[in-house]
Design a protein around this ligand. Sequence first.
Ligand code: GLY
Length: 377
Amino acid sequence: MTTQTEDGVIINLERKINESYDIIIGSELFPGIAQDLVLLKDESKISKFAIITDSKVGPLHAVRLESCLIEQGLDCRTFSFKAGEKNKNMDTVTRLLNQLGEAKYNRDTLILALGGGVVGDTAGLVAALINRGVPYVQIPTTTLSQADSAVGGKTGVDLPAGKNLVGAFKQPLRVYMDVATLDTLDDRNYRAGLVEVIKHGIIQDTNFFDYLEQNMDRILAKDKEVLIYLAKQNSRIKGTVVEKDPNEKGLRRILNYGHTAGHAIETLSDYELLHGEAIAMGINVAGTIAYLSETGFGPEDLGRQNRLLERLGLQIRIPQHITNKQIIEKTASDKKAASGKVRYCLPSGIGDMMEFDGVYSMPIEANLVVKAIDMCR
Ligand code: GLY
């Protein structure tokens, strides 16, 4: 109830929100997804389904998913945009919003984000905006999106000033991780996405890190049993962090390990480097800063971290054409650089991150960052 005061009125909007959701993990899930959506339609106000995908994933998977939904009698259409991080921007969002608006996708819409991180982030933002918000389901089809971006409700797009500078926290209604979709993923993207898996081991779970060291060959061979295990462990690790801090006030920052320098390197490469490739370099930088800062992350930890990254066949050394000055300037414009100070999340060992007065990142002097970058060349 509103309250009258001497100066005006107080709108009392305290409310409890339940944003819990299931992550369903398996292989060959599309027919089951369609059946689930029939049940969802029957028990909710949802009656129209919009698959949002990109030009790469569309022919591989969207055609099949759309057919499964149509076979179940659901009203479904696919909306696609040009693949690539360069298209994760407001132009794409505006185009999709216009297409959905013209096709009369109203408040009874469910959006299905089918693809990698770019699709999930963009489609999630469209879901947050259209008709002031409609539910969406994540169906990640890459190692990167299955390990990281499909869970946790971060949606958003890039601005010329930096990565993910526009967005909203909007949790999905459900996530379907179908490891069979990884069969069509090219080797470069497959390996790059696994960087986020290694990140999870370093920030939270030493046993998981050991498992990755022992099973990397089976992971690279796309062993389905191992992939399902990975998806479950990633969802558990990330889910535990997101449950405690959904809106990144503190703990969730640990998920940004390697992303401060990594995002800068990704942008400075003009997106020639894939997200995971740049994050591998960023993890090298952040691990080196931790080592130089004597957080407890010693040379042995740094060596184990970097060896595992290199087993993915990834380059962890920063390309010479990206200068120290550029990285320092770019990180300063990153949204995590509160009050002009550039904050880094730092491990204190494999499986543990440093906490600084309830905050999980700390401002680092530019000269120390430069020293670390030089060691990563
Ligand atoms: N990818 C980092 C996060 O979801 O918070």
